[in-house]
Design a protein around this ligand. Structure first.
Ligand SMILES: Nc1nc2c(c(=O)[nH]1)N[C@H]1C(S)=C(S)[C@@H](COP(=O)(O)OP(=O)(O)OC[C@H]3O[C@@H](n4cnc5c(=O)[nH]c(N)nc54)[C@H](O)[C@@H]3O)O[C@H]1N2
Ligand SMILES: Nc1nc2c(c(=O)[nH]1)N[C@H]1C(S)=C(S)[C@@H](COP(=O)(O)OP(=O)(O)OC[C@H]3O[C@@H](n4cnc5c(=O)[nH]c(N)nc54)[C@H](O)[C@@H]3O)O[C@H]1N2
Ligand code: SF4
Ligand SMILES: [Mo]
Length: 683
């Protein structure tokens, strides 16, 4: 007799995690659905979550710990894998020091706190993550200007909302909350290099050429200062370096900004007037314009518009986050100091990074570090989630993994990185592990795993077992196992895991972790205690290229000379709801939405090149060539093309220059590179 049931669980395909309902037959998920009436868990399954079943049961899932032998990979027990790995790591630490082991984490964030602690307890400064290209540059710019790595826009309390390139419709296919703003009488400015579902709703859409946002912000600042619209009292009381900034900004006329950005001068003036018409809350994207070689300076110029107009640190504006806005202590912006930070693999190349993102290293040069043994030889590469395709010139990372003496990859799916590993360890997906979740109305809930994990383990359990086997100690890694970890992350609520498990409707935690509100007179956490027009952190490194303490604009296009050969601007990775980096290409329901990755151009360019939708076109960069199907997007400006990354053999990152980096953050210029496009021969 078959056994049908319905279970509530967590999706987590993209991180999330989002609560979902699943129908099961004999313990296997047959379909997933929204939770319609749950009092505490909201559920709005996105298009990716709808394919969760294909994700969980994909034939590429890794089922057992696997060890490389002369006969290929063979399954081994967890005990054998953990004790062998621990012994190898301890031996090389004795021979070559702790820093010869890299501890790497891919995009998943939830296990980073114990993992960072493992790395620190082992003694390695080389705790590094995918954040070497994701959000850290934004955190750096935020911190340099405001003292907080996050700025929380008070959208409810403001008069003007600015989406400086955030595009939810591209990420999750939702327009909320943008569509409700107008009804509340708020003005909306969108700054995005193409037209989107969100920009169509804006009162003003500024469409700069990709990677020129700094010039746009300086042009707007020029209008504000020239017309005497700046908030003088705020500047006087709360900021540093205004006079120098003012002198620089006055040299940056709106005409000049219009010439650089392609945004008409009248729109630059209009933006200045709207930004000074009331309280402004700004939502910046995670990394769109940070994937440019002038990204940190561009974002500083943008954020300084907020300092100029008195829209930082006060209600209705943008509040530097005091502490992670969560009730559970599992937030990925962990605070585990790295030992011997000056000896990490960045070799001192990114000193501003190491001052600000001090709990993880910048590893954008990972492949070169391993292949060239500079600044020193790496012997072990340990990874939890490793997609080689995310890096520019991705093929070199594969080569580097091949060279590493010993590597361990903990993954959901067998991928290119696993092919090069000595051990491959199987991790649970969210649906396969228990979790504690902060739901609506201040409820904390225990959510049980939906399906049997088999031989797979939660990443945290693997991390704890490794720590125990190496006799390493710390607050998290001393915990005996995964249940103890769940119990520990909720300790500030005063509730235990057993109590929570016994409460099917969860427990109210309203008063368990009150957060102190930001106080502008006491809490500005920059070295000067003021919002900084002139950065006192960058000042220390002024002699380095690109490290100007003012938000000086430098145009990335000056980096290239062969504009006849590569006339297009290449923007890679703008999010689409059905893609999540490397995770969804293998799922037929999602892959069918864009059968092969497309190259988008506007119809004017397509006509000029003799192309129409569905044709094949060859995209060439200074680093190589790939072929794509053409998609027409009239939201794009002429001369700009968009391509998504991570599609296996067709991965555009294979042909992006790995040395094309922002000198402050080390971020690659993924979204302002060059290429040519030509019609391909017959298919
Ligand atoms: N051209 C271009 N390149 C880019 C970007 C761009 O915009 N353009 N964006 C950059 C950014 S912002 C990011 S964040 C990176 C993407 O960062 P990546 O780290 O490449 O992201 P994913 O491919 O989503 O996930 C990495 C790996 O983690 C595995 N994984 C997923 N969940 C788990 C889990 O719970 N445990 C374990 N152990 N493994 C898991 C997945 O199978 C995958 O192989 O790409 C960067 N690269
Ligand atoms: N579906 C889906 N959602 C995701 C992800 C995913 O892979 N898939 N990845 C997640 C991750 S890891 C990250 S870091 C975030 C990234 O999130 P964001 O950094 O916000 O990136 P995007 O959504 O790609 O870009 C937002 C908009 O920026 C515009 N844009 C591109 N270049 C420029 C520029 O130079 N200037 C301006 N003004 N606009 C520009 C694009 O047209 C796009 O509409 O997304 C997250 N959400
Ligand atoms: S894939 Fe969609 S439903 Fe699943 S966790 Fe991500 S946002 Fe939520
Ligand atoms: Mo990211």
């Amino acid at each position: 007799m078959s056994d049908n049931s319905f279970k509530i669980g967590m999706c987590g395909l993209c991180g999330g995690p989002c609560a979902i309902g699943a129908n099961l037959k004999d313990g296997r998920i047959t379909s997933v659905e929204r939770l319609k009436d749950h009092p505490y868990l909201s559920s709005d399954i996105c298009v990716r979550g709808a394919a969760l079943k294909q994700f969980l049961y994909h034939p590429d899932r890794i089922e057992h710990p696997m060890k490389r032998t002369d006969e290929g990979f063979v399954p081994v027990s967890w005990e054998e894998a953990i004790s062998d790995i621990a012994a190898r790591l301890l031996k090389t630490r004795e021979e070559s020091g702790a820093k010869s082991t890299i501890f790497y984490a891919g995009h998943p964030k939830w296990y980073r706190k114990p993992y960072a602690e493992l790395s620190a307890a082992f003694g390695s400064p080389n705790f590094v993550t995918e954040s070497s290209t994701c959000r850290s540059a934004t955190a750096i710019a935020n911190k340099l200007v405001s003292g907080g790595t996050f700025l929380l826009p008070d959208i409810g309390g403001c008069d003007v909302v600015v989406y400086w390139s955030g595009n939810q419709s591209g990420q999750d296919g939702k327009l909320i909350p943008t569509s409700g703003l107008k009804a509340k009488g708020k003005k909306l400015i969108v700054v995005d290099s193409r037209k989107t579902g969100v920009s169509e709703l804006a009162d003003l859409h500024l469409q700069p050429t990709p990677g020129t946002d700094g010039a746009l912000a300086l042009g707007i600042a020029n209008v504000i200062i020239s017309e005497g619209l700046e908030d003088k009292e705020f500047i006087e009381k709360y900021t540093r370096g205004y006079e120098e900034y003012k002198d620089y900004v006055l040299s940056f006329s709106p005409e000049k900004a219009a010439g650089i950005t392609g945004v008409p001068e009248e729109q630059i003036r209009e933006a200045a007037h709207i930004l000074t018409s009331g309280k402004v809350a700004m939502k910046c994207s995670n990394c769109a314009y940070m994937h440019s070689i002038n990204g940190v300076q561009n974002l500083r110029a943008i954020l300084l518009l907020l300092a100029l107009t008195g829209n930082l640190g006060l209600p209705g504006t943008n509040i530097p986050a005091m502490s992670p806005p969560v009730k559970l202590d599992n937030f990925h912006h962990f605070l585990v100091d790295r030992p011997d930070i000056d000896e990490d693999i960045s070799g001192g190349e990114f000193p501003v990074w190491n001052e600000i993102i001090n709990n993880e290293g910048q590893c954008v040069r990972l492949a070169d570090v391993i292949l060239n043994e500079k600044p020193y030889r790496i012997r072990n590469f340990i990874a939890f989630g490793m997609n080689t395709g995310m890096w520019p010139e991705s093929d070199r990372i594969v080569e580097a993994l091949r060279k590493a003496e010993f590597s361990v990859i903990t993954e959901l799916f067998w991928n290119e990185a696993c092919n090069e590993a000595d051990y491959v360890l199987p991790a649970c997906a969210s649906a396969e592990r228990d979790d504690v979740v902060a739901g609506k109305k201040n409820r904390l809930l225990f959510v049980e795993h939906m399906i049997d994990p088999g031989d797979k383990l939660p990443d945290v359990e693997i991390i704890l077992r490794l720590a125990h086997a190496m006799d390493l100690h710390g607050e998290f890694i001393d915990l005996p196992g995964y249940d103890a970890y769940l119990n520990h992350i909720m300790r500030k609520t005063g509730i235990t895991l057993d109590e929570l498990k016994a409460a099917p409707d969860g427990i109210d935690i309203r008063n368990s972790q009150p957060r102190r509100a930001f106080n502008i007179d006491e809490d500005i956490d920059t070295p000067s205690g003021k919002f900084e027009f002139v950065s006192s952190v960058i000042e220390k490194y002024e002699d380095r290229p690109g490290h100007d303490p003012l938000p000086v604009y430098s145009d990335w296009r000056e980096h290239f000379t062969e504009w006849d050969k590569y006339p297009f601007i290449l923007v890679t990775g703008s999010r689409k709801p059905w893609y999540f980096h490397s995770r969804t290409f293998r799922l037929p329901w999602l892959a069918n939405l864009e059968k092969h990755t497309c190259l988008s151009i506007c119809s004017e360019d397509a006509e000029r090149l003799g192309l129409k939708a569905g044709d094949k076109a060859v995209l060439s960069t200074p680093k190589g060539q790939l072929t794509y199907y053409v998609m027409i997007d009239d939201g794009l400006k002429s001369g700009v093309t968009y391509v998504y990354h991570d599609d296996g053999e067709q991965n555009v990152n294979r042909i992006i220059d790995r040395n094309y980096l922002d000198p402050i953050s080390g971020f690659p210029g993924f979204r302002s590179y060059v290429c040519s496009i030509e019609k391909a021969g017959k298919i």
